[in-house]
Ligand binder design. Structure first.
Ligand SMILES: [Zn+2]
Length: 251
């Protein structure tokens, strides 16, 4: 991966969910974007690893079990091999929308065994925390993880915890219309901010637009909120992305 050639990332999308991932990769490459491609279960993890093999210059694969799949995929022993071949672990986390997140439930057990493996492998992690921000932070705090991205994080009152722990948070196209996300982007330490689209999620307030080509608009909005030029915001986010991926620096 040549990070100088691909300075900006869509730090969280589900490339394997697109009917034609190749088209998404081509468009992203044309925009100068790298893709951190996330997975939700064993099948999508295998697909994502395959896509990264075919597009090694622009796709960095993340493998794992999403909270929505935890009941079905309680055995994550397959993850060890997949994680060796992957850039990192994701999308993992907790979400009360799918099943209970308390101890004794599948979600917490699956999350903990995945985090154990990421800790052992020394790989970055992407965390889904919708409706369970504090519970996720509590679990994460019990591990010694290389680097952590709180994807589409909405725990406005927990930004200080993220900053204290050196975590990153990613802003997506919802930043273009969400007052809460705008407040968070304005007040957070700029060195924490990454950009993502969660593609193929489509954004109704943006006319159903989706995918990595929205990243420059998100950077533009960050620049507006931070009072910087587009180029300054772009460089900040690009540097943040590299610190997230290679926390010890990359030789
Ligand atoms: Zn996602």
């Amino acid at each position: 991966m040549n990070e100088r050639g691909v300075p900006l990332f869509d730090a969280h999308l589900h490339l394997s969910d697109y009917p034609s991932p190749e088209e998404v990769v081509s468009l992203a490459s044309w925009c100068g974007l790298g893709l951190l491609a996330s997975s939700v279960d064993r099948v999508s993890s295998e697909k994502t690893l395959g896509l990264a093999q075919s597009h090694a210059r622009s796709v960095l694969p993340f493998v794992g079990v999403h909270p929505s799949e935890a009941e079905k995929e309680r055995d994550v022993s397959w993850l060890r091999g997949a994680l060796e071949a992957a850039t990192g672990l994701g999308e993992v986390g907790l979400d009360p929308k799918y099943s209970r997140v308390e101890r004794g439930g599948a979600q917490l057990a699956v999350l903990e065994s995945q985090l154990e493996q990421a800790q052992r492998a020394g790989k970055p992690v992407q965390v889904h925390s919708r409706g369970a921000e504090t519970a996720c932070l509590d679990v994460l705090g019990t591990f010694d993880l290389k680097s952590v991205l709180m994807h589409w994080f909405e725990g406005e009152d927990r930004l200080g915890t993220l900053a204290d722990r050196g975590y990153f948070l990613s802003f997506g196209p919802a930043l273009l219309y969400s007052k809460k996300l705008r407040r968070m982007a304005s007040s957070c330490d700029r060195r924490m901010a990454l950009t993502e689209t969660d593609g193929p999620v489509a954004y109704a307030p943006l006319g159903g637009a989706h995918g990595p080509s929205l990243i420059p608009s998100v950077v533009f909005e960050l620049a507006r909120l931070w009072g910087t030029t587009f180029e300054e915001a772009r460089r900040q986010v690009a540097e943040n992305s590299l610190r997230y991926l290679y926390p010890g620096g990359k030789g």
